[in-house]
Design a protein. Structure first.
Length: 203
């Protein structure tokens, strides 16, 4: 009706395919620390032909919401990594979450879906996604391995405070000093406008 190109979105609700699961496995690091199931990327890559039937059954059960045993894999090992030598306080450690390999695969595949949706949105709106200018900022994600999440997204990680479209963003209340560079920039442009028009654009 709006003259936009129609897209077949049925794939967004399609069952997991063997091809996309295998692609997610190929993207896993070979020697990263395993989660509670003890399976590493090397194991999944090496034994794919032997285990792919079980993994596909589990993926299809997850897709069809037959998750009666989800509690068996919905767990993680929380490991505290010291940020410095002689760490002895909670703030001296960085927590990471080692999750089950199956959940890691599902997360990678779903992240890929989000990227494709974003591409379709950009095409419909006439926008082009510039991943070099995009970041993913975790909020209240203590205990989650951010590197695992970011590995499925074509963007860099970032943290607060940061700027978005020139505006400062923070999890805490911003002060005048945080906005001062923006205020100075606007004041300079208004001053130039006043000189060009001969009328004061600001009081």
């Amino acid at each position: 009706m709006l003259g936009l190109k129609r897209h077949d979105l049925s794939a967004l609700d399609a069952p997991f395919s063997e091809r996309e699961i295998k692609r997610a496995i190929d993207q896993l690091p070979r020697d990263k620390a395993p989660g509670p199931d003890g399976f590493t990327g090397l194991f999944l890559k090496t034994c794919w032909d032997l285990i792919k039937g079980d993994i596909m059954d589990a993926a299809n059960a997850f897709h069809n919401l037959r998750c009666g045993s989800l509690q068996l894999i919905n767990s993680a090992n929380i490991i505290l990594i010291p940020k410095k030598e002689g760490a002895n306080e909670v703030g001296d450690f960085r927590p990471i979450s080692l999750i089950h390999s199956f959940i890691k695969l599902i997360s990678k595949i779903l992240a890929g879906f989000l990227v494709r949706i974003q591409d379709l949105f950009g095409e419909a709106r006439g926008l082009t996604t510039n991943f070099n200018k995009s970041t993913a900022v975790p909020i209240r994600c203590t205990g989650i391995n951010h590197a695992d999440v970011l590995s499925g997204l074509p963007v860099k990680g970032a943290s607060f405070p940061l700027k978005y479209l020139g505006l400062p963003l923070s999890l805490t209340r911003l002060k005048r000093v945080d906005f001062q560079p923006l205020i100075d920039k606007i004041s300079a442009k208004l001053s130039v406008g006043t000189q060009q028009t001969g009328y004061p654009l600001m009081q």
